[in-house]
Design a protein around this ligand. Sequence first.
Ligand SMILES: O=c1[nH]c(=O)c2[nH]c(=O)[nH]c2[nH]1
Length: 302
Amino acid sequence: MSSSQVYLKKARYGKDKVKVMKVYRDGKWQTCVELTVALTLEGDIETSYTEADNSVVVTTDTCKNTVYIMAKRSANVDNIEVFAQEITEHVLKQYKHIHVAHVQIIKHKWSRMLIDGELHPHSFVRDGEDVQTTHVIHHRDGNKITIESGLKNLLVLKTTGSAFHSFYRDEYTTLPEVWDRIFSTSVDATWRFESTKPSVLRHQVNFPEVHASVKKITMDTFAKDDSASVQATLYKMQQQILRDNKSVAEIDYALPNKHYFGVDMSKFKIDNTDKNLDVFQPVADPSGLITATTARKPAAKL
Ligand SMILES: O=c1[nH]c(=O)c2[nH]c(=O)[nH]c2[nH]1
């Protein structure tokens, strides 16, 4: 194939995995926020790939510096969707040949310690590996912003209140029906916001409240639902999230079904079945993987 038949179709570059910790101080009370940030850029940058023209390259090192300087100036590092928009706005203002700025943020958990029954003013604990995420894409054209936020790695388990039966059977099916089983999953939820107007997104959506609501509904539904399947429980979670969060346009879930199988003890003449089933083998893989997206129907036209 001659080189005239190929062209640079897409290009985007920047700095990934920029780790930043910000401490806010209010008298003796301190708060900390730890983020992993990626800032990547699109625009009139083709010649850096096609002609070795570095004059159009805002260096990835500059991208890293930008994250740190914006963290220094910002009062909103904790509110990752707003902090991400502060960065994209700065980038589009500063670099006229950059037309799309992407900021992806992972917010790690630091929860205030409870010491002698009281919240401690400056000590924190990592009490879970679940993280909040966001991906803000800011287009110079029309000043359009899209925001996709997420809750990842929320590991949950219930020891009863979950069944799986009446499924499709054929000559390939060996799975027994169960009316009581362990249900465990690591929740991976991603939701997109309705509006594309920056002013609305930035100032009228309470992003931390949406994160908190998604987490609460996920856990409430998981605990309370008499689960007929991962699929049915997942859809209940998504429906409730869209009902309670008007700013959310649609939500995806990816739920691995982390299997716990009863150990066969029949060779030892020990009954570990049905009512006597209480020893399980956690099976890391393979796992089921149940995914779905739930969205709002467009409003009916009158
Ligand atoms: O909730 C479930 N959904 C499935 O689709 C499935 N498939 C399976 O083997 N176990 C389960 N459990």
